[in-house]
Design a protein. Structure first.
Length: 312
């Protein structure tokens, strides 16, 4: 028994902020930002609630389902609109659902953490779970600090997962947390993000490679069997270092940070959606979903693409 992907959707603000736009108020340039991060633009606006609801509606349409068909809603976010109630509860109301709803915060690893929770729910009788990654990081960004202001963007991605007694699209999980590293990437209440970029880079590459290798092995595969790497979109140099150490060609990696920046828990579903739209995922393909985030958290999962009803 397992879970299948039924549909995907995204929610993005209309406003696009380019590197050139940022150079008007920061001591930076498009060349400086793009060379160091791979980011050229990001979307800014909306709220975690509004973007998440947009992505959820799109996923319902894609799956050909109604709000009443969803039995549980999980929102992965590190930028909830309020301390209480949960942003998931408000999205549930916006979508016209009556199912249980909760927030999950594992920072940029949140979407894959949520995928594991969704799998667990289906194992105890839940039929369909909507999983959303939604972030309004611009609210928590210091726009005078060029070391962080150039990185973050707003957006959301969603998928619907359905129990299937015959098999599963999800083949393996490896999750982890190192709370001793909490201060290298953090945001206090009523403050903004701070980051030790060099240390985050060093640790991120190590934990992403390690968890990816384990997830691939647990799926009974080798790196050569991975058709696509769909990573958290933090820095193109991290993505390049990871795939190189895994022995996977860079052309198999999906990169969307050039247009969206770092959108934390929404970056993996946004990248998955882009891969679908670009025709890069074929039936039977194996994809590695992998990421890291504040905590320090990390999460990797291997999935096998088997489009079902309502899915491309």
């Amino acid at each position: 028994m397992g879970i299948r992907f039924r549909g995907w959707g995204i929610g993005l603000p209309d406003k696009i902020v380019t590197n050139d736009d940022l150079s008007l108020t920061l001591d930076t340039s498009d060349e400086w930002i793009s060379e160091r991060t791979g980011i050229r633009a990001r979307r800014i606006g909306g709220t975690t609630r509004s973007l998440g609801a947009d992505a959820g509606r799109a996923a319902l349409r894609d799956a050909g389902l109604e709000p009443g068909d969803i039995d549980f809603l999980i929102l992965a976010t590190t930028s909830a609109d309020r301390i209480a109630p949960s942003t998931a509860a408000m999205i549930q109301d916006d979508l016209g659902m009556t199912c249980p709803a909760m927030d999950l915060n594992a920072a940029c690893s949140g979407f894959v953490y949520g995928l594991r929770v969704a799998q667990g729910l289906t194992e105890v009788g839940t039929r369909r779970v909507m999983l959303i990654g939604s972030e309004h990081l611009s609210r928590w960004t210091d726009w005078t600090d060029r070391s962080t202001a150039v990185l973050f963007g707003d957006g959301a991605g969603a998928t619907i997962l359905e129990y299937d007694e015959a098999g599963s699209d999800v083949l393996s999980f490896v999750l982890g947390t190192d709370g001793a590293s909490a201060d290298i990437l953090a945001c206090e209440h009523e403050s903004t993000f701070t980051m030790d970029g060099r240390e985050v880079f060093r640790r991120a590459v190590r934990v992403v490679v390690d968890s990816s290798e384990k997830a691939i092995a647990e799926a009974g595969l080798t790196p050569e069997d991975i058709d696509l790497v769909i990573p958290h979109q933090a820095n193109v140099r991290i993505i390049q270092a990871v795939v190189e150490r895994l022995g996977i060609p860079m052309e198999r990696a999906v990169v969307t940070l050039d247009r969206y920046g770092n959108t934390s828990s929404s970056s993996i579903p946004l990248a998955f959606h882009a891969a679908r739209e670009e025709g890069r995922i074929r039936e039977g393909a194996h994809a590695l979903l992998t990421g890291f985030g504040a905590g320090m958290t990390w999460a990797s999962s291997v999935v096998k693409w088997s489009p079902g009803p309502g899915v491309l």
